[in-house]
Design a protein around this ligand. Structure first.
Ligand code: SAM
Length: 240
């Protein structure tokens, strides 16, 4: 619908992704048929997710934004059964792939949700209810006119500050140097909410807990240096 001067009444939000449907393999088709009802999360915009109904055990939750094919996410969830993991991705073949990984590894602590992660974090997660958020190799949107599509923005940082509990960790990695610099600058500027674990102005050493992701391997092949930023949520003031 448009107004009389044809300005859209509900302008489309600027998204950090372009939906490429891609073909599902036969195995991924089966994963959606047989595994989605067990490991997929149905979410209605505006509805807050309830960790206690989503996961078998009440334990710290890590959310991963844009897990791609999910192999590194599944490996992390397998290595840390004492945590719950929620992966948010929009790309169907990647989701199909991670469903197969969940089945193959027998994981009980990883669930996946198909939606724009920005909307889920903004409207679907209770304040201070997440122990960690990770964002590995987000689309770099290298062209200047596309920079507004980069998912790591002051708006996202405000949303992260809302969902992370006191002491909660936000961890991002990228192989695109200008984006790495932007991440550091944006998060360092939010010093009221976040403390840079490496000290203001510094990248963090690559933690061994982060498995090599598919896009990281690609970056390495291209000779791109990989940068990690790890920020800790400062004490959350509960008011009212
Ligand atoms: C460059 S890939 C990196 C994938 C993976 N993290 C890795 O390192 O191999 C970025 C991924 O983020 C997903 N993505 C981008 N914006 C998203 C959003 N707003 N919500 C959920 N997923 C998103 C894309 O679909 C894509 O799979």
């Amino acid at each position: 619908m448009t107004s009389a001067d044809s300005t859209p009444l509900h302008p489309r939000p600027i998204r950090s992704f372009v939906l490429r449907e891609g073909r599902l393999t036969v195995a991924q088709e089966r994963a959606f048929r047989e595994l989605w009802s067990r490991f997929g999360v149905e979410w209605t915009p505006g509805k807050v997710l309830d960790w206690t109904t989503l996961f078998e055990h009440a334990q710290p939750v890590t959310v991963e934004i844009g897990f791609g094919n999910g192999e590194s996410l599944a490996a992390m969830a397998a290595a840390a059964p004492e945590r719950n993991w929620l992966g948010i991705e929009v790309h169907r073949p990647g989701i199909g792939h991670v469903l197969l990984e969940i089945e193959r590894l027998g994981l009980r602590n990883l669930r996946v949700l198909r939606h724009d992660a920005v909307a889920v974090l903004s409207e679907g997660i209770a304040p201070a209810s997440v122990a960690a958020v990770q964002l590995f190799f987000p689309d770099p949107w290298p062209k200047r006119r596309h920079h507004k599509r980069r998912i790591l923005s002051p708006q996202l940082v405000a949303v992260l500050a809302q969902v992370l509990e006191s002491g909660g960790i936000f961890h991002a990695a990228t192989d695109w140097e200008p984006y790495a610099a932007q991440m550091l600058e944006t998060l360092d500027a939010a010093a009221l909410w976040f403390e840079n674990t490496a000290g203001a102005g510094h990248f963090a050493p690559r933690p061994s807990s982060r498995p090599l992701t598919r896009f990281e391997q690609r970056g390495e092949r291209l000779g791109h240096p990989v940068r990690d930023v790890i920020f800790r949520r400062r004490l959350v003031q509960v008011t009212g």
